[in-house]
Write a protein that binds this ligand. Structure first.
Ligand code: NDP
Ligand code: MG
Length: 382
């Protein structure tokens, strides 16, 4: 295979990051030039020794010092902190940056990578939620592609290939998470352990909790708005428990084109790295006969009202999507630390949005300052 692609993986030790490396392991043409992690230096060391990138960033400064000692025998440059992450994002030898860090920490590196003329394989949905109005025009200005890794957005992107740009509607599917069908009363005593059990996908902690509250689908609606230039009202969310139909596009003539497959993130990651080519994939063929039913139903937005909050924030735009995201990031952290209850996650988001006076067209510093203020005030209160 003569496929060659130099990539940087930001967040290489996470769920998306490790699966990206699995693909690179299979296709030697995908070369890892730079890697980054926050603090998991044990796994990062193993990855560094296997793939021999030229540059590695450890975001945590103290861990970076330890890491340098661990790999002193290798010819690898080690950088740290936020400046290190930006250096990795702009690493000259790379053509594409896979943004697989979690939360708003993906925003600045993505902007830096775009300015360094890298294509973006975008897993970090928070980037477009908070800064879509900055990132999308910037990508156009620098002539780089934003290729979706999020499975639903990859499915939509695949469904758009070879079709007219004008579409009628996007159908964004959601598994419904572990608490589908439950009432608010039944969710009162949910523990982090309960919420971390996702029925179909094995993902990082934050996105797993977000899937259970439907915040994840809310973030994805806003992500889709920016990626595909559609209005929020033209994005329909359907609960599809089997996670086989990964999302679809309805065209003007009512034709619905969808992408189907097993729930396996390696396909969307691989497609983002090989687009427009398709390379073979092992062990994940869809066997239709294993599924007795493929079901589709409307979400329960009374119990999982964060989805509606996201729609409103996405429609209003401005700083509200940042407020939605930042309050969720803070609330999920507190929930995982056992400091708030499960139902408080959505309550905190609701209050943060109600307490905010919107700013239209926020600058990057407005976004980062709002993120900091929202998180600080939520941590202070609990
Ligand atoms: P994980 O929590 O599994 O991994 C996050 C990665 O980012 C790790 O490498 C982690 O390092 C690093 N990291 C964490 N915090 C910071 C920080 N503040 N600065 C720099 N690096 C940091 O997350 P996922 O892989 O599940 O998700 C990554 C992104 O992809 C998210 O935005 C998520 O919404 C999106 N996504 C994920 C899917 C999935 O299947 N997992 C599906 C679709 C989208 P360390 O290991 O050292 O902590
Ligand atoms: Mg998704």
């Amino acid at each position: 295979m003569d496929f060659e692609h130099n990539i940087t993986v930001l967040g290489s030790t996470g769920s998306i990051g490790t699966q990206t490396l699995e693909i690179a392991r299979r296709y030697k043409g995908i070369r890892l030039c730079a890697l980054s992690a926050y603090s998991n230096i044990e796994l990062l060391e193993a990855q560094t020794r296997e793939f021999m990138p030229k540059l590695v960033c450890v975001a945590d400064e103290e861990k970076a010092k330890e890491f340098k000692i661990k790999i002193a025998d290798l010819d690898v440059k080690v950088v740290s902190g936020e400046s290190g992450l930006l250096e990795a994002a702009a690493f000259e030898k790379s053509q594409t940056v896979v943004t697989a860090v979690v939360g708003i920490s993906g925003l600045l590196p993505t902007i830096t990578a775009i300015k360094a003329k890298k294509n973006i394989a975008l897993a970090n949905k928070e980037t477009l939620v908070t800064g879509g109005h900055i990132v999308m025009p910037l990508a156009k200005e620098y002539g780089v592609k934003i290729l979706p890794v999020d499975s639903e957005h990859s499915a939509i992107f695949q469904s758009l290939q070879g079709n007219p740009k004008k579409i009628k509607r996007i159908i964004l599917t959601a598994s419904g998470g572990p608490f589908f069908g439950k009432t608010a009363d039944e969710l009162k005593n949910i523990t982090p352990g309960d919420a971390l059990k996702h029925p179909n996908w094995n993902m990082g902690a934050k996105v797993t909790i977000d899937s259970s509250t439907l915040v994840n689908k809310g973030l994805e609606i806003i992500e889709a708005k920016w990626l595909f230039g559609v209005e929020i009202k033209d994005i329909e969310v359907l609960i599809h428990r089997q996670s086989v139909l990964h999302s679809a596009v309805m065209y003007e003539d009512n034709a619905v084109i969808a992408q189907l497959g097993t729930p396996d993130m390696r396909l969307p990651i691989q497609y983002a790295l090989t687009y427009p080519d398709r390379l073979p994939m092992e062990n994940n063929e869809l066997d239709f006969t294993k599924y007795k039913d493929l079901t589709f139903e409307k979400p329960d937005t009374k119990t999982f009202y964060a989805l509606e909050l996201a729609k409103k924030a996405g429609e209003a735009g401005g700083i509200l999507p940042t407020v939605f995201n930042s309050s969720d990031e803070a609330a999920v952290k507190l929930f995982l630390e056992g400091k708030i209850s499960y139902l408080q996650i959505s309550e905190i988001i609701k209050k943060a949005i109600e307490d905010t006076k919107n700013i239209s067209n926020p600058t990057l510093s407005d976004i980062l300052e709002t993120d900091k203020n929202i998180k600080e005030s939520i941590y202070l209160r609990s």
